[in-house]
Design a protein around this ligand. Structure first.
Ligand code: FMN
Length: 173
C-alpha cells in the first residue's frame, strides 16, 4: 500500500474478527517497530507480544475493561525504559526521550498493521502499575501504549479533525 493511502486508511479499529494474524504479517510489524528512530539511537523501549487469553484478560481488566484487548488475537505492549535514556541524556532522556522512543515505535506498528490490511487501536487508558504487574514488567519501565491488532470487523468511525487554521500556525504564535 502506498504511504499516503496507509495514512488515509488508518482508523482506530476496536472490533476484530475471530481470525489469527499470520506470522509473516506479525514479523513485518516487528520489523517496522525495530526500524523506528529513537533519541541517540538508544532505543529505550521494550515491546511485549501477547497472545494468551489469560494475559489478555488481565490487560483488559487493567484498561477499564476495554473489550478490544480480549477480542484481538495479538496485543503489543510498548514500554519506555527511562534509565536507558537517562544514562546519556539525564532528566530530558528520563522524562521525555524514553517516552518518545516507545511512542514512535507504537506509531510505526499502528501504520504497519494498516498497510498489511490489519486493524488496530492505540490504547492509552490503563493503570500503568496494573499492566506492569499483570505482565511482570520491571517496575522502572513505563507503559506507554497497548496496541491490539487483528483483522478488522468494523470500518471505524468517520474521521473528524481540527481545522487547519486551528491546528497550524504560520511563523509565530
Ligand atoms: C495517546 C492515545 C490514547 C488513546 N487511548 C485510547 C483508549 O484507551 N481506547 C480507545 O478505544 N481508543 C484510544 N485512542 C484512540 C483514539 O480514540 C483515536 O485515535 C481518535 O478517536 C481518532 O480516531 P482515529 O484513530 O480513528 O482517527 C487513543 C489514541 C491515542 C493517540
Amino acid at each position: 500500500m502506498e504511504f499516503f493511502d496507509v495514512l488515509d486508511k488508518r482508523k482506530s479499529i476496536r472490533q476484530f474478527k475471530d481470525k489469527q494474524v499470520e506470522k509473516e504479517k506479525l514479523d513485518k510489524i516487528l520489523e517496522a517497530i525495530a526500524s523506528a528512530p529513537s533519541a541517540g539511537n538508544l532505543q529505550a523501549r521494550k515491546i511485549l507480544i501477547i497472545t494468551k487469553p489469560e494475559a489478555k484478560k488481565k490487560l483488559c481488566e487493567a484498561s477499564l475493561g476495554q473489550g478490544c484487548l480480549i477480542q484481538a488475537p495479538i496485543i503489543l505492549a510498548f514500554f519506555a525504559i527511562p534509565k536507558e535514556s537517562e544514562s546519556k541524556y539525564g532528566t530530558r532522556g528520563r522524562d521525555l526521550y524514553a517516552i518518545q522512543d516507545a511512542t514512535i515505535a507504537c506509531t510505526y506498528a499502528h501504520l504497519a498493521a494498516t498497510a498489511l490490511g490489519l486493524g488496530s487501536v492505540w490504547v492509552g487508558a490503563f493503570h500503568d502499575d496494573s499492566i506492569k504487574k499483570a505482565v511482570g514488567a520491571p517496575a522502572d519501565y513505563i507503559t506507554v501504549a497497548l496496541l491490539p491488532i487483528g483483522y478488522p470487523n468494523e470500518e471505524g468511525k468517520p474521521r473528524s479533525r481540527k481545522k487547519f487554521e486551528e491546528l497550524f500556525v504560520k511563523e509565530k504564535f
